[in-house]
Structures are given as C-alpha cells and as structure tokens.
Write a protein that binds this ligand. Sequence first.
Ligand code: IVH
Length: 676
Amino acid sequence: MKKKEIKKEYDRKIRKLVKFNKFYYEHNDPIVDDAEYDALKKDILKLESEYSELKNKNSPSLVIGFKPSKNFEKVLHRVPMLSLANAFDQDDLNNFEKKITNYLNQKDRSLLEYSAEPKIDGISASLSYKDGVFTTGLSRGDGKEGEDITENLKTVSDIPQRILSKDFPDDIEIRGEIFIQNNDFKKLTGKFANPRNAASGSLRQKNPHETKRIPLKFIAYTFGYQKGLKINKQSEFLKKLKEWGFKTNPLNKTIKGIKNLMKNYHDIENKRGSIDFDIDGIVYKINDFQLQKRLGNVANAPRWAIAHKFSANNGISKIENIEIQVGRTGALTPVAKIKPINIGGVVVSNATLHNEEEIIRKDIRIGDTVLIERAGDVIPHVISVDLKQRNDGSKKFVFPLNCPSCGSKTIKEYNSITKKEDAVRRCTSEGFECEKIAIEKIKHFVSKEAFNIDGFGKKIVENFWKLNLIRLPQDIFKLDYSVIENLDGWGKQSVSNLKYSINIKRTIPFEKFIFALGIRHIGLENAKLISKNLFSIKNFLLLSKTKKFNDLINIDGIGETQINSIKNFFSNNINLKMIQELSELVDVKDAVLAKSNGLLNNKTFMITGKLEGISRAEAKSLIEENSGSIISNVSKKLDYLIIGEKPTKRKIDSAKDLKIKILSQAEWLNMLNKTS
Ligand code: IVH
C-alpha cells in the first residue's frame, strides 16, 4: 500500500473508533461487541507502530474512555484515573513479570506477590472524602477529567456517606466500580445490551431519582489522591476498606507465582456463571506499594498492574432447559436455555445444540455445566460438557419423536446423495398446517431477499399470528388496518407506514416471488433459474395444472431433489390456493429475458471446474443475457468449453478431440468486454 492509502485507512479506522466510543460512552448503547472493538483498537495501534508518522488526537494510545458528557459538570481528577494493559494468556503474564523483574533489576521472580482481584465489568468512580464525609463523586471520563455525578452516587447504598474510623485519612479519593447485579439486570427487560451499559446509563441519568430506580452496587479497590494513608500493601488496603465500611470483592486473593495466578484464573472462570455480577477478567497488582511506586506508569497504564482478560468468545454456564424449535422447513432444532452469561459484552442465554445427533454425541443434559462459544455472527453453541460437575441424578436427554408444535410424526430423511440418514429430524406435517412452520414461512415471505417488506419484522409476524390477523402469506395483503390501529403500540402513523410498506411491495420480480414461497431446496439461485425458464407467473400457475414438473430437469442446476420438492409443493392444496390468491393480489413481473443479438449470439458454452469470484448460476445468467446458451454435454453442438479451477480432464480431452475452442475464465470474460 502507498503511504497516502495507509493514512486514509488509518483515518478511516480512527473515525470508526470515535463512532464506536460515542455510542459506548455517551449513549451507553454499543454498536459492536467487545471483540470487534478490541480488534479495531489493535489494528490502529499496529499501524501506528509500523508507521510512526501516523498520529491522531483520538488515537487509543492517547485517549482513555471518552470525553465527559455535556450533561454534567467536568472536574479534573487530582490523580489521573489510569487504564490497565491486557493479558490474554500465560505467555503474556510471563512477559509482564519478566519486564517487572528486569525493571527492578531483581532476579528472583518467586518473591513477587500479587493482589489478584476479579475485574468487575462496570463503571469506575472516584469518591472524594474530606474529614470522613463523602463530598464529590466523579466518573472516569477521559481519565484526566471526569463528570461530577455526586448526586447520582449518593443514591447508591454501598457508598458510605460518612466514615468515623480514626485511621481513615482526612483527605482521600476512594476508587472502585459501580455495577448492577445480574439478577437486577434481568428485571430491566430489553433496554440495555448488558449489565455494564445498564449501570452506565443509570449512573449518568440527569435525574438522581431515575438512578435510584436501578439498584446500583459499589465495590472499592484502590485510591487516587490521599493524605495520611499509613499502609504498605494493596491486600492490607483492601482489608482496611472493609473496616471503613466499603464493600470489597469477596474473591480477592494474594498470590505468588504465575502458575498460581493461572490456577486462580481458571477457578474463577469456572465460577463465573454462579457469581451474581459480571467479571471480565482478573486484575493483578504488585502487592507492595513501595514496588508500585518504583515501577511507576507507562503512557496511560501502570507498569505494576495488568488485567488478565477472559476469552471474549467463550464462557462457562449451566443448561437450565433444552427446548425444541421448529424451523421453516420443519427441522427440529434443540436449543439450550442457559443461565445468562456475558461473552464479550453480549449477554448470551440461548445456545444451539444443532440436532439430535449432537446431543447424543456430546451427551448434553439439562443441568450440565458447559463451555459456550460465541464467535462473530455465528449462533452461540456448546463446545463441551464439564462431566466432573454433573449431578448424580442427571438423566440423558430424550429427543421428542413428535413435533412439539403440531404433534405430527417426525422423521429423519434418507439422503440419496450421502446414502445416509439425515442428522436432522423433521416434522412431517404439510407446511402451513403446523403452527411453528407456518409462522417461520411467513417470516421468510416478508424477509429481505423475498418480499422485503420494510418494518414487517419477525416480532410483528409473531404478534399478528397470535392475534389471528395472519395465517397464510396472502393475508398480509388483505390486512384489516382498522383493527391494527386499535392494537396496543399501534397508532395512525405507524399503521399508515405499515400500509405503505406493504403496498409498495405489491410489485415483485418473478424470481423473488418464487423464492418467497419458501419451497424447500429452492433458494435464491434456483428461483432465478426457474424464473428464467418459466418466464412468467402464468406459466408457473400452468405448471400446477399440467404437472409437467419433469420438464424442469432441462434447467441446468435443477436436479431431482429440487423437482421432487416442487412436486411436493404443488401437491398441497394450501400451497395451490396461496399462489392462486397471491397472483391476484400482487403484480409479479416477468423474468428479464436474454438479449437477442448479444455479444455471445447463438454460441453454446459449457463450464468445467470452479470459476473465480462468480457462481455457476451467475455465469450461466451472464451467458444467457448475452444471447448465448449453456449445454451440458461435450458434443459437436458445443462452441466453447470454459475451464475453471480443477476442471474435468475427460471433458477437456473430448473437447480437444472435437476441435472445440477452449477458453480460460479471463478469455471468456474478454468476449463479454469484461475483465476478471
Ligand atoms: S485498578 C491503575 N482494580 O478496570 C489501576 N481496576 O481497565 C486501574 N477495574 O478503569 C484501576 N476491577 O474500571 C482496578 N480491582 C480492580 C478493578 C479495576 C475493575 C476496572 C476499572 C478500570 C479498568 C481498567
């Protein structure tokens, strides 16, 4: 990359970070999870270390948190509130300790003692006490300057208003974490992504009465400015905090040696699910204040402390129940309802168990302690069961043999390609006759790639179903808006918006219409192929009468599985009624036909091997749109054989025998005046 491009990339990443920060700190409503946020921060720091000329006042190397909100008065911290460096594994801890012993020029690592404190994932606050009286409370803000949130902090019952102990310093800032307990968070349904955001949102309410409504807790762990503190060790300070009337973390420990730090880390990680507040790692601090002083700080973090973070993509929890969900195609998917756990900033309470076989293979049972993974956009799933923690009375999970929605028999289909029984168990009812399948089918019908009805989300489908307003997809175009207007949560404006969103989707391309029907094995690509072949909805309706389904086999890409599925679809009266009624309610646009006289006029093509960056179906459409056609055998009728990656040698040999022109992907795209 050129310098200019690197700078552009760097600035783009900084802008992204500023935006993420704004949502996180100002609105208490993160738009990305912790893993994505950390990855972006890491990218920026890496670019800065590679290209020293890159710098920005918003760089994470300079900024802690976010500038205080405008709602509160800003106050300078007498001692800055620092951040902590992160460690993710034992190597990071070894490096941390090595750096310390090198800095102190001390050979013997076994002498180093740490205060190991589970890191509560909340909001830090600094409380000023003058002559034992709580006077001012500040948020961290950007580390240098915080917000004056005294009045809100006064509503927190864990914060002592007055401390009478003789040895309590005359002037001291006590620092710690404000947080909300998981069981209290559960009661605040839906407003915040995780307990941390709830605590932050509550703490920064303009009105202290609002803060009081959300039960906040405070745990103390350090001090900022102080005068007259006569203590030598962090562990002693933690003891004192308790004597003075502050809450401290009951899981704090004093530990020597990395091996023991690791053991404690694993112990606490295992306990995480049963602790009633969120922790996202363990903070290790050199216990001796003298040594802390000698070590000092680097940039915005102390050299004497580190946060050993828990993995941002997995966590340990307990299965409270196993539910069976029924999908659009009748597939029965077992889902573990787990004790909610915060994984990388997202509270996870469901984990997919995939299918019956997965449950048997891993012997997953209700009550089990399990390791859950949540990575990227993948649905959280169970990695493993901790058998040591299983109760004696635990029983194997019995997978239901009947559909939990409609009671129909369930079966595992035989897959003629793999010559094996499918892993997935399915409901055998005819689609719309099973409630759960019907609801899922309607969700599919309105989804983005199908009718794409704006604002008609999954929740509305479920709600309208419950209220008996919809039973079949066509009901969407026959809604009685006067009824909806009187429903809870609906008004004139929202109904008018809904009506508009539905009405503008009364015109739809044929291929999307076919896809929206949700015929099994007919995805978007296959729907396109069928639409090009049948051209119009008229022919589609005709198909249901003539039953000439086998003609569809001539469509390249459509196989026996698809044809059987289409036959099955047309054999159902509810489906027939649906397409008939829909054809009267919506305007289905004919497929776009190939140009005559296009660049590939009357030429025949065949493709062997995998093409780069383009699917078979798309390549075929491209050929046909340019008046060419695809044939499926090498014969004298073939004009060109296009070769992709790993082609079939036999096809190339016979093409050569017949003196058929062989094209690479690039040569073929050249014919279309395109480059790859
Ligand atoms: S000590 C200079 N101790 O972690 C040391 N921090 O990323 C910094 N935190 O802002 C503070 N538990 O919000 C310390 N036992 C603990 C902590 C803790 C949680 C948070 C705190 C801080 C952040 C640092």
